[in-house]
Design a protein around this ligand. Structure first.
Ligand code: 4AD
Ligand code: MG
Length: 430
């Protein structure tokens, strides 16, 4: 019977065959321990000289790292391993030998590992991070489907720039100019007026010259947009959504979190509601903490965000930023046009901003005025202006950066390990 490692719990006491790769081995004169992986998981096989043919024992002892083979044996429970099962190997059949696999169980430098990303993905740590990423994606679809959202796929090739024009990837679209999408938001606003509550999940491109542990050139964003939702209504959706994905990972990725050494108790505390602080309060707090470099009107840098989030176990919303440092489409506060009805959600433990969101302007005149102030080419945005012309309503939305969220929940230091093939300032390979 051919099974996967993920399925062996159903085959205790039975003989099965699993297609595997060898990750490591330890052998003495009488016994060999083979560390196996098959993509679905990792487990150990034990080969005892006295129990198998001499040729099988010799072959097991000589297997090289990453050799692919069919392992046949009896599954038994193994209380000592976190996985809980092991195989007593009875036979093996080599499919393809691997010679001199470059990534050995010893330590390698980051650049070496990044150059071998296509092979590094096979390692236990990377496997755990990608499984957590997959669970967050699964839980995202679950949350929005259960809450009446329709998934809408905005275009990747666009003629407009929601988040400002400095970080755009330019390309030719036959005889026209085009940009790779830096956010699907404007298209999602159109969709929200057609479907009420919508969300997207797709690749996002930012030609940002930032080389930090939080920045990718290509990342994936989840962008919900909701008609008839005012600013505060959107914050409630955000905290419920983030709590849902964290608790889904806690429930369904125990092995992976343990393998990464993640403190699960910290994640268990991530439940709605989340604390909120206004930009004004945050500035005051930073001054009390001795950050003299920052003035009202400045944007926060990573050290500021970390300081603000420090005393909280949960993510914290910073609300009502100065209008001047935010994009053109944000609704401003009622008797205070100098601040926007917006919030950034800052993750705990120094992981920084994971969500940016706001209520959107729905008044035609104000929208047109703001676009002119931002020097946007009105022809390219005519369709977007139409939205505030025909039956426009208050609406709000937000964007969650998947990789920063994976980094925080997994507890990995750098976003480059949270996406299969990271695009970084100096890296397009592999
Ligand atoms: O704050 P941002 O730029 O917001 C928007 O694009 C809005 N249009 C979203 C919306 O309201 N629909 O980006 C949203 C999130 C950030 O909070 C961050 O998590 C992530 O996207 N992000 C990045 N992640 C990795 N690398 C980068 N260079 C990122 N830039 C933004
Ligand atoms: Mg932002």
């Amino acid at each position: 019977m051919k099974v996967t490692i993920a399925e062996v719990k159903d085959y205790v006491g039975k003989e099965v065959t699993i297609g595997v790769w060898l990750t490591n081995k330890r052998a003495s004169g009488k016994i060999a321990f083979l560390q196996l992986r098959d993509g679905s998981g990792f487990m150990q096989a034990v080969v005892t000289k006295s129990d198998v043919d001499e040729s099988v024992f010799q072959q097991a002892k000589s297997l090289s790292q990453e050799t692919a083979f069919y392992a046949t044996g009896i599954i038994q429970e193994d209380a000592r391993s976190p996985f809980g099962y092991e195989m007593l190997l009875t036979n093996l059949q080599v499919i393809k030998e691997a010679v001199d696999f470059p990534i050995t169980p010893k330590q390698h430098g980051t650049e070496f590992l990044m150059d071998h990303r296509h092979l590094w993905l096979r390692s236990r740590k990377q496997h755990a991070v990608m499984k957590i990423r997959n669970e967050i994606i699964r839980a995202t679809y679950e949350f929005f489907n259960e809450n009446g959202f329709v998934k809408i796929d905005p275009p990747i090739l666009t003629s407009s720039a929601p988040e400002g024009t400095t970080e755009l990837f330019h390309t030719k679209y036959f005889d026209e100019h085009a940009y790779l999408s830096q956010s699907g938001q404007l298209y999602l606003e159109a969709a929200a007026m057609a479907f009420g509550k919508v969300f997207s999940f797709g690749p996002t491109f930012r030609a940002e010259k930032s080389k930090t542990r939080r920045h990718l050139i290509e990342f994936w964003m989840i962008e919900p947009e909701m008609a008839f939702y005012e600013f505060e209504d959107s914050l409630v959706v955000q905290e419920q959504y983030v709590a849902h994905i964290v608790q889904s990972v806690v429930k369904n990725c125990r092995l992976e979190l343990d393998r990464l050494g993640r403190d699960v108790a910290k994640l268990e505390k991530i439940t709605a509601p989340f604390p909120r602080i206004t930009y004004d309060e945050a500035i005051e707090f930073l001054h009390e903490k001795g950050f003299d470099d920052i003035q009202w009107g400045d944007d926060f840098g990573a050290p500021h965000e970390t300081a603000i989030a420090e005393n909280n176990e949960k993510p914290i919303f910073i609300t009502h930023y100065p209008t001047a440092i935010k994009p053109f489409y944000m609704q401003t506060a009622k008797d205070r046009p100098e601040v926007a009805l917006c919030a950034d959600l800052i993750a705990p433990e120094g992981y920084g901003e994971i969500i940016g969101g706001s209520e959107r302007i729905h008044d035609y005149k104000l929208m047109k005025q703001r676009m002119e102030e931002h020097n946007l080419p009105l022809e390219a945005y005519q369709w977007y202006l139409d939205l505030s012309k025909y039956g426009s309503v208050p609406h709000s939305g937000f964007g969650l950066g998947l990789e920063r969220t994976v980094a925080w929940i997994s507890g990995v230091e750098h976003v480059r390990e949270t996406i299969p093939f990271p695009r970084l300032l100096n890296r397009l390979y592999p």
